[in-house]
Write a protein that binds this ligand. Structure first.
Ligand code: ADP
Ligand code: MG
Length: 683
């Protein structure tokens, strides 16, 4: 019985190849998947109406006697069945139904229950293709409140209900996996009871105790997986790394700024981790522009000092190039040998880089995900740093943790502000350092919005800024995130601006090769170009403190968090930063809201929360990219209380290894068995 709901959907009566395909479109493949396709609403068929008082257009249930058939022999004319009760008459109209079928479900003189939408034709009531026709003894099945599901074309409610009812009939009460105390806190309802209520009795309200019980199940299932990851990674003993702070101090002296208290304390935290007997697995979280990179490079310096190698990985070539250039600056006049590797590096060059790496001649390697490849062999990797981690997934995290081998520490950095409720769910396997304090001399960015017609005003403004020696980012985002990189908008703008600004304009987009990119970026960093026109390639991480104005075209097409990331490219130096949002006329309500929020706040955390309200949290955190699936039921904004309970609960569970067994069935329900096996296997 237990196994029934984990079987393939084709086990159910009425699922042939065709239905199977339709169900697959709705991501329903196993029987249990039906349970998570929640009703979108309910149709009340519970009142049986008499035929003298029907409401046109309303879904209604009636009890009638079949009186007469009319099967026209002309094609395309519908079949008609006349029915009556003691006070009135109605016609049932059937398109595309065979006579034999109609005779079978509606035998003459029999009493039947019909449910469907009432309409009117030539002063007579009728129902066209009624949703339900059942004999009187099955009355109970129909005249009730019925759930409505979001289905796909070709899959009827009737067929779907038949499948679901086979499942609901069969599910038995599973032994309770939650402890009594927990159960009480989340509404004290059992699993089966909750499933039935959600599908049959309007229990699908997100705040109902039935819904909450199932959402809690889902949260715990996720935390159990992370718990497993944490066990694997945290318990790793490693050889502790030994270093003094002479090198660190020497580097810091060369900066033209002093570190914030917050930066200092995080560097200490990381140093402690590096020196300890346990593998570090730490997330450094801080808003855009808060100064994470410096922290990571100082950590790198200390690990190099202890005679290990370091790898620094970033999601884009531009960003990793920039880290490379910064690292070269910081380690200037030291013995540290730094190299750069991306998937675009030339073969011969690559070979040399790999040789230097495996021989231990290279101390610090910086690059894109190319650093993950199998053929990359380190002599003794001691620290792996992953920048903008939200672009990489949980699996890659584990891969990297393993790749470095026993003695490799892991530091990941992210600018995505994660709501407290989700922290444990997403990063429960890591220690977290939060960089809250922004560098002192940072002025907040002024955000303006302008319709595109007023572009002349914008040009005037930037002309003035350029006069003062400042620099401008001009972003023409790709409208469609299509594979073909469409950068025509950027090219056109580049031409236009080049004319107006006397060639002091550069262009950069994803299709340029490394040398070209580097050349343009180099000119920009030396202030030989005043304006850098780009697609969204500059979205994450790039750092040009002298650029203090960013113009974003088509800003109405983008999510809040993305705009905030883009805006974070400026205001990094000491000059006042300005962000100008250009938009096309006729803004939608939501776009107007987004612009308003951006103008009112510079706080990444607040913005992320607003974004989640507008778009849902799954989209904001980019789960698709990170490989973590969206929750099916739980909602971090609506179920904050549940997340809090779960946070404590999981700690208790972890205190006793035996506890895990209780949750086997739960893990199966939420499809977590494979991933757990994978984690266990990889270690
Ligand atoms: P992010 O956290 O977004 O990765 P970066 O590390 O790129 O931010 O830092 C943003 C800018 O702030 C860089 O130009 C960096 O040199 C500068 N910066 C970092 N720390 C400080 C500090 N303590 N004082 C002044 N400027 C700093
Ligand atoms: Mg960064």
């Amino acid at each position: 019985m237990k196994n029934f709901i984990f079987q393939n959907i084709s086990l159910l009566k009425g699922v042939g190849e065709k239905t199977k395909k339709l169900l697959k479109k709705k991501k329903i493949e196993k029987i249990s998947d039906l349970l998570w396709n929640l009703p979108q609403g309910f149709t009340d068929r519970s009142h049986v109406r008499k035929l003298n008082n029907l409401e046109i257009g309303k879904i209604t249930t009636i009890k009638v006697k079949v009186i007469k058939y009319n099967f026209p022999r002309i094609r395309n004319l519908p079949n008609k069945v006349s029915c009556e009760d003691d006070v009135g008459k109605i016609d049932l109209i059937f398109f595309n139904s065979r006579e034999g079928y109609i005779r079978k479900i509606l035998p003459l003189e029999s009493f039947v229950i019909i449910s469907g939408k009432i309409n009117h034709y030539k002063k007579k009531y009728q129902i066209t293709n009624p949703t339900y026709v059942v004999p009187i003894y099955k009355e109970k099945l129909i005249n009730r409140i019925m759930p409505k599901y979001s289905l796909t074309n070709g899959l009827t409610e009737k067929v779907y209900r038949k499948l679901l009812s086979q499942v609901l009939e069969k599910i038995s009460a599973a032994p309770e996996w939650h402890e009594k105390g927990i159960l009480k806190k989340i509404g004290n309802v059992g699993w089966r009871e909750s499933i039935l209520n959600i599908h049959e009795n309007k229990g699908n309200d997100i705040k109902s105790k039935f819904y909450k019980r199932l959402a809690y199940d889902e949260i715990i299932a996720n935390l159990l997986v992370l718990s497993e990851v944490r066990k694997r990674i945290k318990k790793y003993k490693k050889k502790s790394k030994k270093f003094d702070l002479i090198f660190e101090k020497k580097l810091i002296k060369n900066f033209n700024f002093s570190l914030t208290k917050n930066q200092e304390s995080i560097i200490n935290e990381i140093n402690e981790d590096i020196k300890s007997d346990y593998k570090m697995f730490r997330l450094l979280q801080g808003d855009v522009g808060s100064g994470k990179t410096i922290i990571s490079l100082i950590s790198a310096a200390n690990v190099i000092r202890s005679k290990y190698q370091v790898a620094l990985m970033a999601p884009t070539e531009i960003l990793s190039l920039q880290h490379f250039n910064l690292a070269k600056k910081i380690f200037k006049n030291t013995e540290v040998k730094i190299e750069f590797l991306s998937s675009k590096s030339e073969v011969r060059e690559k070979k040399l880089i790999l040789e230097n790496l495996s021989a231990g001649r290279t101390n610090l390697i910086i690059g894109t995900h190319a650093l993950f490849q199998k053929k990359i062999i380190f002599k003794n990797l001691g620290l792996a740093i992953i920048d903008e981690q939200h672009k990489f997934g949980v699996k890659q995290r584990i891969e990297l943790a393993n790749k470095g081998g026993k003695d490799c520490d892991i530091l990941v950095m992210s600018a995505t502000p994660i709501p407290r409720t989700l922290m444990l769910t997403l990063y429960g396997d890591m220690d977290v350092s939060r960089l809250i304090e922004k560098p002192m001399d940072r002025k907040s960015i002024i955000t303006l919005s302008k319709p595109e017609e007023k572009i002349d005003e914008v040009l005037m403004f930037i002309k003035n800024e350029i006069k003062k020696g400042n620099q401008i980012f001009w972003v023409c985002p790709l409208i469609e995130e299509s594979k073909k990189l469409d950068y025509t908008a950027a090219v056109n703008k580049y031409k236009l601006l080049s004319k107006k600004f006397n060639k002091k304009v550069g262009l950069i987009h994803g299709n340029l090769d490394k040398e070209e990119k580097e050349k343009v970026l180099n000119l920009f960093s030396k202030n030989e170009l005043s304006i850098l026109v780009s697609t969204t390639v500059i979205e994450v991480g790039v750092d040009y403190p002298n650029a203090n104005v960013i113009v974003i075209e088509n800003s109405n097409k983008f999510g809040l968090s993305q705009l905030h990331q883009l805006r974070g490219r400026v205001g990094r130096g000491t000059n006042q930063g300005t962000c100008i949002l250009l938009y096309k006329k006729n803004l939608s309500g939501n776009a107007r809201k987004r612009i308003k929020i951006l103008k009112s706040s510079n706080d990444g955390f607040f913005i992320a929360e607003e974004d989640m309200k507008l778009r849902g949290f799954g989209d904001v955190l980019g789960y698709q990219q990170s490989g973590i699936k969206d929750f099916k039921l739980a909602d971090p904004l609506q179920h904050e209380d549940l997340f809090k309970i779960a946070e404590k609960n999981i700690k208790d569970i972890e205190n006793n290894e035996d506890n895990f067994k209780r949750y086997d069935y739960l893990l199966k329900l939420f499809d977590k068995v494979d991933i757990i096996n994978e984690i266990v296997k990889e270690n």
